[in-house]
Design a protein around this ligand. Sequence first.
Ligand SMILES: Cc1cc2nc3c(=O)[nH]c(=O)nc-3n(C[C@H](O)[C@H](O)[C@H](O)COP(=O)(O)OP(=O)(O)OC[C@H]3O[C@@H](n4cnc5c(N)ncnc54)[C@H](O)[C@@H]3O)c2cc1C
Length: 403
Amino acid sequence: MAATAHFEVAVIGGGAAGIVAAIASKCSGRSVVICERLPRLGKKILASGNGRCNLLNENLSEFFYNPSARHLVKSIFSKFGKPEIATFFKVLGLHTYCEEGRIFPATNQSSSVLKVLEMGLKRLSVPVEYDFQVENVAASASGFLLSSASGRKVSCSALIIASGGKSYPALGSDGSCYKFAGEFGHAITAPVPAAVPLTAKDPICHILQGQKIFASAKAVVDGNTVGEADGEVLFTKYGLSGTAILDISRDISVAVNRLHSKSAVVVLDMTPFMDEPELRTELARRLKDGFPPEELIAGILPNKFGAALAGLLETKDAAAIAKALKSKEFTITGTRGWNEADFTAGGVAASEIEPETMESRLKKGLYFAGEIVDVDGCRGGYNLAWAWASGYVAGQSAAGRQI
Ligand SMILES: Cc1cc2nc3c(=O)[nH]c(=O)nc-3n(C[C@H](O)[C@H](O)[C@H](O)COP(=O)(O)OP(=O)(O)OC[C@H]3O[C@@H](n4cnc5c(N)ncnc54)[C@H](O)[C@@H]3O)c2cc1C
């Protein structure tokens, strides 16, 4: 593009939210462009759901999101919720199936989801400016002027910022656009990694690295329980991972990285399938039978746990051992950071966004969509659902305003 091209709507970011926003604007009859810093669209969609893309959940409601965003989320889902998202993808040509409430493409390949979105853009002739790293956004007489790192320019009447959060920067979203929101006066809730493995100070993590168990995990911050989840726990050389840990990691990450709380602890019930009296009785029976420490928990936990917990098992006190196995504490020192976080908690304050339209309450013609907003959902398709829904409402609203 030599001279500055003008579009009625420009979208920063060609991820889940940006692509849907562009489709919605174009379907409403507006000229629209996507400015994407990478040489291709939707890299994070491809990585999602371990390559399967859990694109939606049957049970969609605001209660699966951070409390401070629920008002906004509820309003957006009332306009573009589960049935509308499902129909949108059906019309694009995507077949899906549901597994325990989680919706996946029938092909089990995230590339199918990206492909139908790209076909949608192609059908509507939406232009994409690739390798367009937006470095500057200025208000202009006709709306906004975007400048890229290499000096390319795009002007637009309405602007949708859909540049994602800070997680997995290699997939495109490095948090570089929070500053634009800030320049228009928006408060940014400090972004922290969410759905992320945790680092813990406990030698047993290192000894048990690679071992997986089914456990109940509790996040305890400054003595208060802030989250609970059942599921897989994976011991790693640096700490804890697995689905149960990812599920409770958000509140721990907020405590450690944003609130700088005094203590963050994960408490594991390593034998959720046995209550404490039952476990105590079984341990007492084995102690009475003279089994050595390493065999006290054989068949209850993987064999390696016998050696890893030798210090505890040598006490020969059934009650103390049962209690420790049902409430093993791990002091959390931090998270594994942005390169291992599935999403971001924090971003543009939800209270500063119009819940009917996704338009900024501070700057007319400016819209936000997707993970750049301080909205984070549970794992299970909720973050992509937010990206599609907020993208659609932002795209349609930006197109519908008087330009
Ligand atoms: C490994 C992984 C697995 C996941 N799995 C799931 C899942 O199964 N289900 C689920 O619901 N959620 C999942 N998520 C979360 C979900 O993918 C994201 O919440 C969602 O993709 C966010 O969409 P977005 O469009 O807001 O941002 P992104 O998808 O991050 O897109 C933002 C786009 O903006 C571009 N961009 C950024 N800055 C600029 C700039 N300055 N100029 C131009 N372009 C820019 C980026 O290159 C990127 O293409 C997963 C995330 C990860 C990392």
